[in-house]
Design a protein around this ligand. Structure first.
Ligand code: SF4
Length: 355
């Protein structure tokens, strides 16, 4: 705790006791680097200073604030949870782990972090950093999540008792600080590939370090090779406006806008793929013209190469919402008003360069 007090990074949400702000910061930090999150957090707080502001906003506005950050389900759940907090809890986050867990998007980690940091509840918040620190500290040689959870729970409970007895020293005293200290130690010292054991405040206690296992633990699950898909996207332009489609609201990248298209089936050329996808999604027939850009991108469970092509409608037609939530004809400048995934932002950048 002393190490944490002296070494913690100065972050915009640090020392924050507003449950709403703690919650937003924890959601943004899931699967995302701190440096990436800082400007998103600041913009989010300017646009949505309270839970009520998120609740009252259309989902599209929340997604726009999330644009480029990935894992967009987080934004949808945050929006849903904000609406529930306003309707069921009068705009105040419920103050227990058990109640938080019932809200959309509050998994074990997020509920543990908010309950401990904002409400001082002695519950664990186990992220990848904590898993790594505890696996090494106790030299856990199997990937037993249940064992780690048990250890983390016992530690935060014992630490809270001890800390409440020892208020005269300068240590921070809340379970939230305890959890953040473990997370910070993992982020700054007990690094995945290069643990800095020489300067670690736990080095005399750490069983992995004593046994020379710090580079071996935690044991990593055998990585499966991610499947790769070729995906095509149609850039259909007429009279200076481009056709964009909104993805179905549920599912991957739900509610985001994109240049329509989809995954290449076996035996299909990219042109045939595009013609089929645009017919199935929007009921349009198109001619495929020259390629614009190919973009490689990795998601959690697969990789894609996205091939964007200029296309045109074979005759005047009106799009239909067959497999999309909505569609719009927009200028390049108007695209700034819609939230796109990172891949499509690269297509937009390529179009702007050619404009
Ligand atoms: S001594 Fe090394 S392995 Fe152990 S907790 Fe500290 S940094 Fe991690």
């Amino acid at each position: 705790m002393t190490w944490y007090q002296q070494n913690r990074r100065d972050l915009p949400w640090r020392g924050e006791s507003s449950p709403y702000r703690v919650w937003v910061s924890e959601v943004l930090l899931q699967q995302t680097q701190v440096a990436t999150v800082v400007p998103y957090y600041q913009r989010f707080m300017e646009r949505f200073p309270t839970v009520a502001d998120v609740s009252a906003a259309p989902l599209a506005d929340v997604l726009k604030m999330w644009e480029g950050l990935g894992y967009y389900a987080r934004a949808r759940y945050l929006h849903q949870a904000a609406m529930e907090i306003v309707t069921q809890y009068g705009g105040q986050l419920p103050n227990t782990y058990a109640e938080l867990r019932r809200l959309p998007g509050f998994g074990e980690y997020t509920a543990g972090a908010v309950a401990s940091i904002a409400f001082g509840e002695a519950v664990a918040a186990i992220d990848g950093n904590v898993k790594r620190v505890l696996s090494r500290l106790f030299a856990i040689q199997t990937s037993v999540t249940r064992q780690l959870k048990q250890i983390a729970r016992e530690l935060v409970e014992q630490a809270s008792c001890l800390l409440s007895l020892d208020r005269q020293d300068a240590c921070p005293t809340s379970p939230g600080d305890w959890n953040q200290a473990l997370i910070e130690l993992g982020a700054l010292v007990c690094l995945p590939k290069t643990p800095r054991c020489a300067t670690c405040p736990l080095n005399e206690l750490c069983q992995a370090h004593q046994q020379g296992l710090e580079h071996v633990l935690p044991l990593k699950p055998v990585k499966k090779k991610l499947p790769h898909y070729d995906v095509s996207a149609a850039v259909i332009c007429q009279a200076g406006q481009y056709l964009i489609a909104q993805r179905p609201l549920k599912g991957m990248l739900g509610g985001l806008w994109e240049f329509p298209g989809g995954k290449q089936e076996s035996g299909e050329t990219l042109s045939e793929c595009l013609q089929r996808e645009i017919r199935e999604e929007l009921g349009l027939t198109i001619e495929v013209e020259q390629p614009i850009i190919s973009i490689k991108h990795s998601y959690t469970h697969f990789k894609i190469t996205l091939h964007a092509f200029y296309c045109h409608l074979t005759e005047p037609q009106t799009p239909q919402t067959l497999q999309v939530a909505d569609w719009q004809w927009v200028t390049l400048a108007d695209m700034a008003n819609f939230a796109f995934p990172r891949t499509d932002l690269k297509i937009i950048a390529a179009l702007q360069q050619r404009d």
